[in-house]
Design a protein around this ligand. Sequence first.
Ligand SMILES: Nc1ncnc2c1ncn2[C@@H]1O[C@H](COP(=O)(O)OP(=O)(O)O)[C@@H](O)[C@H]1O
Ligand SMILES: [Mg+2]
Length: 432
Amino acid sequence: MDINVADGKTLLVDGPASVTLVSGKAEVFGYTLRNMEKVVIRDGKRMPFFVMEPATFKVALGENANLEEVDGNTIPPSWDKAYKELSTIRSKPALALVLGTADSGKTSFCTYMVNRLLNDKQKVAILDGDLGQSDVGPPCTLAYAFVSRHITDLFNLEAKNAYFVGVTSPSRAVDKAIQGLTLLKNEIMGGDLDFVIVNTDGWVEGEDAVNYKVRLIEQIEPSIIYCIRQDEKLKPLMDAVKSFPTVIVDSPQTIKQRSRDKRRSLRELGYIKYLKNSKVQSIPMSWLKVESEEVMVPSKNFLGKRREREIYSMLGMKPLYMVELRDKVYVVIGKNRWISPENVIKTEEILGKKVVITFKGDEKGLLLALYNDEKKFLGIGVLKEIDYGRKVVKIFTPVSSGISIVIFGKVRLDENLKEVMSPTIEESFKPP
Ligand SMILES: Nc1ncnc2c1ncn2[C@@H]1O[C@H](COP(=O)(O)OP(=O)(O)O)[C@@H](O)[C@H]1O
Ligand SMILES: [Mg+2]
């Protein structure tokens, strides 16, 4: 379908859709489109095409896609001002951090800043600190990318390096998220760059959220902080960061709010992207270091036969697998096996350790991160099975070699790479 739009107007397109500029002049988030360039808008995303010279677009709309024409430019004037301010910073690389609630326009603002910087031939990197709605790396990871060409969607960037946190919100892993962002920031700052744009997640309300952001800012030490003001929700955070160089910018009026479900399905596009061309890899446990819950768990069982038998008799059964650590004992039992709760309590008393019971099969679907022996992030995977008999771990992943460390996430995916809602997972499954 061809659509003509007059200059001075904006064509808003809700994905899934694709838009090709056939003639005229238009820009998306600060980037002037090339003639015949095709822009893909993902499901759950909206893109504003601001028309500078009467334009004709070829538009293909997918299911539930939508199209709307509005007057003027939907990019707030404060964004242009914000860019001009950024471009005056002389100390390089200059680091700009973006704060805002969910759906306030953080990603779009980052995209806009990146494009404007590229217009001025600056060397730019983006550090993506949003775990739940990650643009750059896989979901549940922090990641960065160097940006050498204009972009309409940060999702199309290839991550240069990533840090797996394993959850969709930093509220569940504050220290890890800060550690990861600091690590990646230091790595980026070593490169030859003029500007680094740091995006953050939308967790901004409440004391914990404010503390997290303040701690993050203290670690990252941005040259400038942009607060995207949408409503009063950001006020306490803005007050808390007043002592830092802060600039308030507006949230676009035409922004599209997403439901929780939409956010999840956008995230699932991320799993699909980073699990494309996956195969099931069977890796001997003895080759791997398995890291779960900050603990490095030995993949070999160092329990002596006698000690093993002692614990079996306390439990009143022989489990499939068992590991004894300093403060706990992990026990894996068959799916339909039963273990007497009294025996577990008795065992805990005798050993003075917590006994963590896991059922075989509970591991299925857990999101994993795979690293090489130098702790370089290789990619993500989904745990298919731990075969305790053969002592192999079966992982669905596109990573085909070099896996040496496996880090367990808390998110679980089903066969179709959809997130499984499982509130009990943290309690019920601790991998061995
Ligand atoms: N100026 C604008 N006009 C229309 N839609 C916009 C504009 N800015 C952002 N959007 C859309 O609104 C949605 C939310 O913006 P996004 O940048 O993803 O927010 P956040 O990263 O804060 O969650 C996205 O689909 C985005 O493309
Ligand atoms: Mg975003």
